[in-house]
Design a protein. Structure first.
Length: 161
């Protein structure tokens, strides 16, 4: 945790300065720079450790204010548009085009599997996923405490160097 917290400010450098990795054989990141790298003739791929790796799915939220009618906006229409946009981004076609083809990353759901080759399914481990359970609020708060403690310890050790 100390090493992670101490180096966390370097995570996004790949996307701001893709030249920072031009001479590297390995790098870390989310994969969203893969399309730009590929357009530069630098065909990077995501590594797949034998012991497996964690996946992550960002969440969407429709604000509660779409349920409040102030008479100035068509909240029903706005909510419908938001829901349709979410459905669009979760569609197999979007998952194939953006996360997989453009970003070189993994899809959000498995409805894209029929559009992939067997080799792609295997390389992304879409045939042997083990979903993690959703964390409770208590578990998330516990993880936040651990992270905050690691950041504090890292900041203390950095300031003493």
């Amino acid at each position: 945790m100390d090493a992670l917290a101490g180096n966390a400010d370097h995570l996004y450098e790949i996307y701001e300065k893709l030249d920072a990795i031009k001479d590297l054989a390995f790098s870390t990141g989310w994969g969203s720079g893969m399309g730009e790298l590929k357009s530069q003739g630098r065909n990077w791929k995501l590594a797949s450790p034998g012991e497996g790796s964690m996946g992550w799915v960002d969440g969407y939220m429709i604000g509660y204010s779409l349920n409040a009618d102030d008479g100035k906006r068509d909240y029903k229409l706005l909510k419908t548009v938001a829901e349709e946009f979410l459905n669009f981004t979760l569609s197999a076609q979007f998952q194939l085009a953006i996360p997989i083809r453009y970003c070189g990353s993994y899809p959000t759901n498995l409805n894209v599997v029929p559009l992939l080759t067997k080799a792609e399914v295997k390389s992304m481990h879409l045939d042997d996923l083990i979903p993690l359970p959703t964390l409770t609020t208590r578990q998330r708060n516990g993880m936040k405490l651990i992270w905050d403690k690691a950041k504090k310890k890292s900041a203390t050790s950095l300031s003493s160097n």
